[in-house]
Design a protein around this ligand. Sequence first.
Ligand code: SF4
Length: 340
Amino acid sequence: MKKEAAFWKKINDKKVQCSLCSHNCKINQGKGGICGVRKNENGTLFTLIYGSASSLASDPIEKKPLYHFYPGTYAFSMGSIGCNFKCTHCQNYSISTADASVTYLKEITPDQVVELAKQHNCQGVSYTYNEPTIWHEFSLDSAKSAKKAGLYTCYVTNGYISPEPLREISSYLDAMNIDVKAFNDVFYRKVCKSRLEPVLNTCELAKELGIHIELTYLVIPGYNDSLEEVNKFCKWIVEKLDNKTPVHFSRFHPDHNMINVSMTPMETLLKIYKVAKEAGVLFPFLGNVYHGEYENTYCSKCGNICIERKNYNINLEGLSNGKCSKCGNNLPILISKYIK
Ligand code: SF4
């Protein structure tokens, strides 16, 4: 649905500038921004996707992945179309590269999202599948309704949102899983057509704003898998965020325009897990590998399994009121009113 956009200004009679994300696109009359879902019509910037959903589903919160944020709950998950990144290896390219003329979009209101979440016995709402930043006008309204109804909210995002819209939504956003796609700007420029620094700034600002954050790093052989790069990334986390930040190192599968690169070897992931631990990251995880032991949360003091995970099934017996059931260590895991 078309609606006047937020975060834009006129440059002249024909040109506008959008400031929703760090691309800060300057857009001529009749044209769209990089994301493909914001258009300059007669000197006014419009979003073309207010309330337009491409995908709706009930997902375990572990699927986002968010491991230390109300484990065992379900998030009503929704996405639209478009993306402000152009990743060669995009795993959701059918919706991220779609334009607003596609016929499968379902128009939905913020109140309907709440109703659907409740019908599906979900404890929260997740904005995911495509980039939620570019859905800001709707995700903000929807998050406000969700919070009012007692649901939690979370973003699965590339972190390219500008500081002002992030500050605006932060009062209604409980958690973010932020993709850090590499720890080098060359990768960002070549593979994603974007830059690294704004993503790191978003991680720091989200933390400062009190949003629960977890990071995902998709390990692509030959692109971002050097142990030196991963070590720098982990040291940055410890220094600038918190050594308790959960970090998900995910296995790459060939997709979209990167089908000639092979799947990440398990050996590489194991080395990365070790590097992360040695750099001081307390809660690294390996994703897309289904080797239970690397998906578990271990007590950072005594090593007890506090949360055991197997294919989105979890066992919380190692936790007692948010503490390790063996040694009593306080764990930074949100676990309370939403738990079933
Ligand atoms: S949200 Fe879209 S139009 Fe706005 S700056 Fe980002 S890519 Fe450009």
